[in-house]
Design a protein around this ligand. Structure first.
Ligand SMILES: [Fe+2]
Ligand SMILES: [Fe+2]
Length: 474
């Protein structure tokens, strides 16, 4: 059971549970003892199954998550009850709030909310084992099959399985002697889940816009490089744009490997340095001939470079980027020290402490943010390396990962030592593939030279097009 201080922190949960109950329980309000008993039971259930889930990262990081659960419960329970009273249980969209939550959060949270929501809803109808079974099973099925969807079309999966539950319980109702009109009820019980799943998909963009909690479906769309901020980055800071795309590949592969969210990792990687669109030529990857920092005091250089975090966050808020993508912007540097400028200041005889060259944080708060911090350093370290061996790549990656781990920057990220080992392995694999393709590139050039040598009359372009034709044929 949660300590008293935790309960006090969550005081606002209780009136909301009460509010939901009022909304769906108005026929039972004439029986106050029953209402109070149901309320106490529901609060206990809430504290046992939903509260601990909301205390888990990333849901504990933003008030938007409990607010989302409460709003979905309030509206969902009211609408479900209304339709249930008017058209019957099999036409009710009682699973739709849970499906919406499954699309926006994760399986564990939505299954637990499904249990709570089912018990709350059953108090408002004449409870029979079949009704309770239908509501509970359909809600859990919606939570399990609806989480982790990456394409809109995949909504057919939860729709089909909840429709199947409906039909199954309809048959059970018939056997238990309930008076039902078979043709009508069969049609309704099978088609209602498809209809309400599509309604959920329609609601999704609005809920995302208001809450800034994004489903994987729309995170994929955000990461398709058509976003105005990404376009701006590619025009103003091409070096950072290239750095972000490599980072996205590294972060996605590592997140996939350790069971974190690869879609979140990829999308957040695209936006992590978006603040560099302001003064792009102060960042290594965009510096061409003249390094502007040569003429600046190291402390000032540090302040300018650090500003990309503040400005990035400002842009992300203005463009209403998902909360977790916004979080990655300050967290990818955590509270690390900008060692280059710190050592430069020391060499210049300035007596400044390391803390004056520290990013303001916070440290990475979830796995994907930790992965991006690691990938950021790895990509930067390998930028100037030319064709290293597999062993050298592996040892350099391990050196960087263990360096950041020893700085204790990953303490709050939830990454374990086992995860770090897997991440380092995956980074090394992606980098090796990148270097291999860099090495293989000249082979194409050599092939073209051979074609030119064999056909001295052909122009270089012709040689190239004959090459393309070749590959087309293959
Ligand atoms: Fe950065
Ligand atoms: Fe970066």
């Amino acid at each position: 059971m949660a300590p008293i201080s935790d309960l006090a922190k969550r005081w606002y949960h209780f009136p909301i549970v009460l509010g939901s109950l009022f909304l769906i329980q108005f026929p039972n309000l004439h029986d106050p003892p029953r209402f109070i008993a149901e309320y106490v039971a529901l609060v206990a259930l809430w504290l046992a199954v939903v509260s601990p889930e909301l205390e888990r990262k990333p849901f504990s990081l933003h008030r938007a998550y409990p607010a989302l659960v409460f709003s979905i419960l309030l509206v969902g329970s009211f609408v479900s009850k209304m339709i249930l009273m008017r058209f019957g249980l099999f036409a009710s969209p009682f699973f739709a709030p849970i499906l919406l939550l499954a699309l926006l959060t994760d399986r564990r949270l939505s299954v637990n909310v499904a249990v709570f929501f089912s018990v709350m809803l059953i108090t408002s109808v004449e409870p029979t084992p079949i009704r309770f079974g239908l509501i509970l099973v359909s809600n859990i099925v919606a939570a399990v099959t609806g989480s982790g969807l990456k394409k809109r079309l995949q909504i057919i999966r939860p729709a089909f399985f909840t429709a199947l539950c409906n039909v199954l319980f309809l048959v059970l109702s018939l056997f238990s002697g309930e008076s039902l009109s078979l043709d009508r009820d069969l049609l309704v019980s099978f088609s209602a889940p498809f209809l309400f799943s599509v309604v959920d998909l329609g609601l999704l963009p609005f809920v995302e816009y208001l809450s800034l909690v994004y489903s994987d479906i729309d995170l994929v769309e955000l990461g398709n490089m058509n976003h105005p901020l990404i376009k701006l980055l590619s025009l103003r800071a091409p070096g950072t744009y290239y750095h972000s795309t490599i980072l996205a590949n590294l972060a996605e592969a590592a997140a996939e490997k350790i069971g974190a969210n690869p879609i979140l990792a990829r999308t957040a990687a695209y936006f992590h340095d978006i603040g560099k669109v302001k003064r792009p030529y102060f960042y290594t990857e965009n510096i061409q001939d003249r390094n502007p920092h040569d003429e600046l005091n190291p402390k000032l250089s540090h302040l300018i470079v650090q500003d990309h975090v503040k400005y990035g966050l400002e842009l992300a808020r203005r463009h209403r980027l998902p909360l977790l993508v916004q979080d990655v912007i300050p967290q990818h540097h955590g509270t690390r020290v900008q060692k280059y400028f710190y050592h430069k200041a020391r060499e210049m005889g300035e007596n400044l402490s390391e803390d004056e060259f520290r990013y303001t944080g916070p440290k990475p708060q979830f796995k994907e943010a930790g992965i991006i911090m690691l990938a950021d350093s790895v990509e930067a370290a390998f930028r100037s390396v030319k064709n290293p061996s597999a062993g050298r790549i592996r040892s350099l990656v391990e050196e960087i990962v263990s360096g950041i781990y020893n700085e204790r920057e990953l303490d709050e990220s939830g990454l374990t030592l086992k995860d770090l080992e897997a991440i380092a392995g995956e980074f090394a694999k992606v980098l090796l593939n990148m270097f291999k393709s860099r090495i293989e590139y000249p082979k194409e050039e050599i092939k073209r030279v051979i074609v030119l040598a064999e056909n001295p009359d052909s122009k270089p372009n012709e040689a190239q097009s004959s090459d393309q034709e070749d590959s087309k044929d293959r």
